[in-house]
Design a protein around this ligand. Sequence first.
Ligand SMILES: [Zn+2]
Length: 229
Amino acid sequence: MFEGKHGKIRELIDEIGDNHVSGSAQTPLRDDAFCLSDTEKIQSIQKDFTNILHTLGMDMNDDSLKGTPTRVAKMFVKELFGGLSPDNKPKLSTFENNYKYGEMLVEKNITIYSTCEHHLLPIVGKAHVAYISNGRVIGLSKMNRIVDYYAKRPQVQERLTMQIVQALQEALGTEDVACIIDAKHLCVNSRGIKDIASSTVTSEYGGKFKDKSVKRELLDYIKLNTEFE
Ligand SMILES: [Zn+2]
C-alpha cells in the first residue's frame, strides 16, 4: 500500500516521529484553531474516538466502554491539551523588586506532565526554571503555572523548554531566564526501543545564563538535595 512516492513520505513521517525533530518554538496551530467552541470540539472528538475504538473491533455498547469516547474527548479539550487555548494562559503579573534581591532565583523540580505530539503518549519529568531580576519579580507559583500551561499541549520537549523561557522573558522584561527539563517519554520507554531507564534533558539559556559561571551556579543549585521529609 505504501509504495513508491507514498512509501518514501510514510518513511519520512515515521522518522520525524521517532527522532522527535521539532521545527520552531511556535506550536503549529491553524488560524481557525479556536473557531469551534470547547463543547463543539468535545462532540466532534467523541465521534472520532467512537470510530477509532469501533474500527479496532471493540463493542461500543459494552457498559465499560460506552462512556470512554466522551471521557477522552473531555480530557483532551479540558485537561491534556487545555494549554492550546490562550484563554487558559495564566496571568503573569509582576511586582517591583522592593527588596533589591539581585541574584538568581531558581524554581526547581516543577513536575511536568505533557504529551508527545508524535505518538500522543505521556512525557513525565521535572523542569527547573530560573531568572535574574532586572527590577521586576514574579510570584513563585506563576512559574509552575506557566510550565503547566505549555505542557498541556501536544508537545516536543525542545519546544516546551523554549516556550517557557520566552513567556517568562516577556513577562519579566529580561533576557536572563533559563529552563532545564529532564523527562521520560513513554514513547521511548514503553514502545519502540523500550528503554525504560533513559530520560531526555533539554535546556534553554537566555542572556546572562549563557555565561559559563552563571550556568554552573544554576546547575549547582539544581543538584542541591532539597527533600524536606
Ligand atoms: Zn514520541
